[in-house]
Design a protein. Structure first.
Lengths: 113, 113, 113, 113
């Protein structure tokens, strides 16, 4: 991830794009890319979404790349370490959703909130 | 990232949540988290978005964590290495947006496409 | 719709919120509301999503309200009649997806583009 | 709006697309269209977003059309009247954000919650 962030910084600076890359704009661009990723799945059944043909999977991989580039770029601008952020949030989620309470339940539709 | 993915897999399996975590559902959840991240910025000016007070930054960091957790989870399900995907896409973007053609231009509004 | 737009305009002006309601910000807010709507469905099966219990349906109706408020607000700012825009786009879609070519096919996965 | 919903129903049925149009899928498609709309604004300043050239405005109008088509389609599937939903939500918002408390304040960053 560190290496990726360095490359993104260089990419952005070489093109003088810092002026467009406010955290607000990057957050907006991140949603747009996440939507392009989701677009591949929107008319598929859940089962189909887990069995993509190789050409579709290659397209999905490109969209994942775009999503992660914007996550990394945004984090670089905000001074956040994304891997640390994910580890910390996962610890919080462990407390929020204790195994005994949510086992096999979709958390939104369980009694547990 | 590898360590993060291992932890997410364990988190998911302990709760028996694989049944809900089709790539389709995870892609949908990723947008929802990306939107929660963007919500912090929607009424701010671009300048304000680059000068968040510490309490806001801490909230944003949590949302970044959620976004990356879903990216990692989705990639684990699809057999995609997210860091590789980002590096490969960045190489493509270098060709798509050559420095000489896009220097200092917002790519969407430049003549260059 | 006309009556709704008039009420939204009054709501916005009484609160002196025009300063925050640039088309850019309203478009961002629209996605955030659309995501809150989608959040109700993300862990449901497609079948469950068509059989919501009354309390869930009431929550979904509120989110639909938020989405349409932002669509109407954005259109008011841009001088677009949303109903006209939808009728015109539907005519385009009729040409883009002729019945004979797409009958019973998910358009994204058919040969037809 | 009633006329629009009737046309959308006919469009959908003629193509035998009801099988793909679960509320879950339509909610996902709605976000994708809302993101395509937002994409037009992501690198613009707020001021630029309020002064679109005619060709850009025409493109934005098409995206607005797509957004409203999915809102109407989803509402038809769920038995929700979208205009009623918006009016009801606007009444709630009036109570939630009283003029005296939020005048000229961005609600997310005001003390008022």
């Amino acid at each position: 991830m560190d290496d990726l962030i360095k490359k993104i910084r260089k990419f952005r600076e070489e093109r003088d794009w810092d002026q467009f890359h406010s955290p607000k704009n990057l957050a907006m661009a991140l949603i747009v890319e996440a939507s392009e990723l989701a677009e591949h799945f929107q008319w598929l059944t859940e089962e189909q979404s887990g069995n993509l043909p190789p050409d579709k999977l290659a397209e999905v991989k490109e969209e994942v790349g775009d999503v992660l580039i914007y996550v990394a770029n945004l984090c670089d601008k905000l001074g956040i370490n994304p891997i640390d952020a994910a580890h910390e949030k996962l610890e919080k989620n462990k407390e929020k959703y204790p195994v005994a309470a949510v086992l096999g339940k979709s958390y939104k539709y369980s009694e547990y909130k």
